[in-house]
Design a protein around this ligand. Structure first.
Ligand code: KQY
Length: 370
């Protein structure tokens, strides 16, 4: 069971720990919808399986598949550390429709069930319906017997919330200020929700995310905390690329900021891969539909190495066959010498509009203090 709590995590002493806090497990979905994932979702499933197995070499993984896909997923995910369970979805982005787990430093584990509207609801959402996705967080918490906080009047996705686990959140402004999310709330009201439900004292608002990111610019494609007062930022030196001014303004903002404890933020630039575009092959085999985002040849893909995932002892890093794959891996390896950087080719996930961080959700070990 999962009781619905009426207070806030902040009032109850629960907080969102940093992604590097030890995990009990990682959660993922299993892609299925054929109007988003080409060729019956088979290449997408293979890509999800590669990510799941890479993580499972370091920690247990739970993959949620629909009843139709349970058997198939179980075969493709054969690994001693992976369990497949039946749990329905509208699409396969558990970073966003899943719970944000919270701990209290005394062994307690709870979760936030953010209201989810498929990245913009009827205004500019990416698919419809999204009601099954909006129940995923509750179901995860029920499976884990954890109590739940629900933000019925505040839409948020986990992909737009990073934390250093020490009172500072990192979000992207263009997502929260987009009319499809919380048009009746002011920025201050949204900040208060974030502070109350992730339990933080300070929110860093990066102005914009990656150019043409269909989520409206999720922070998990643009920047993340690698250490409590150190952030890695997606970067290009190409001033003719529309991404340049986005990265430059984020750099200027972050380097002028401090975290909740008053520490200056150190920013590490992580190069982007060369711009990538949707090809005819990428489009072929996507089923026509009125209820999912249309994809066209020549669309700029929001490829970034920032969309990586920190698990116990490793960073699972997107690879694209670009010369910067190894540059990015080297930078992260130098920053985190005790983690193993594991590169997983992820173009197929990118074609669905996200990447490795978007398809994973960490469950922190509540017995470990931060
Ligand atoms: O950026 C993410 N956290 C998710 C990407 C979702 C894309 C939906 N098509």
């Amino acid at each position: 069971m999962s009781r619905l709590l009426t207070g806030t995590p902040k009032a109850d002493g629960y907080f969102m720990p940093a992604e590097w806090h030890e995990h009990s497990q990682t959660w993922m979905h299993w892609p299925e919808r054929t109007d988003t994932w080409r060729l019956g979702a088979k290449p997408g499933q293979e890509n999800y399986a590669r990510v799941a197995k890479a993580i499972a070499d370091f920690e247990p993984v739970t993959v949620c598949a629909s009843s139709l896909q349970f058997e198939n997923a179980s075969v493709l995910l054969d690994h001693p550390q992976i369990r497949v369970i039946e749990l329905n979805q509208n699409d396969a982005w558990i970073r966003d429709n899943g719970t944000t787990f919270l701990i209290n430093g005394k062994g307690g584990l709870r979760g936030v069930d953010w209201k989810f509207n498929a990245y913009g609801g009827e205004y500019n959402g990416l698919y419809a319906p999204w009601s099954t996705d909006d129940k995923v967080a509750h179901k995860m918490l029920a499976i884990e017997r954890c109590d739940r906080y629900r933000t019925e009047n505040f839409v948020a996705e986990g992909g737009n919330i990073h934390t250093n686990g020490e009172g500072t959140l990192l979000v992207c402004e263009e997502v929260f200020l987009n009319s499809g999310r919380n048009r009746d709330l002011s920025r201050d009201q949204m900040e208060q929700y974030l502070k109350d439900y992730a339990n933080a004292e300070k929110v860093l608002w990066v102005p914009r995310g990656i150019y043409e990111d269909e989520t409206c610019g999720h922070i998990d494609n643009m920047a993340f905390f690698i250490k409590p007062a150190e952030i890695v930022l997606a970067w290009t030196d190409d001033k003719s690329d529309p991404q340049y001014e986005r990265s430059a303004e984020a750099l200027e903002y972050l380097t002028s900021e401090t975290d909740a404890r008053g520490r200056s933020i150190k920013v590490h630039k992580l190069p982007l891969p060369s711009p990538m575009y949707t090809t005819e092959d990428d489009i072929r085999g996507i089923d026509s539909s009125q209820t999912a985002k249309e994809r066209s040849v020549g669309d700029r893909l929001a490829a970034s190495y920032i969309n990586c995932y920190t698990c116990n002892g490793a960073i699972i890093l997107p690879a694209y066959g670009d010369p910067n794959d190894d540059v990015a891996a080297g930078i992260l390896q130098d920053l985190l010498p005790c983690h193993k950087v594991v590169q997983v080719e992820s173009r197929e996930i990118l074609l669905g509009g996200g990447n490795i961080h978007c398809i994973t959700q960490q469950q922190p070990n509540p017995g470990i203090s931060t």
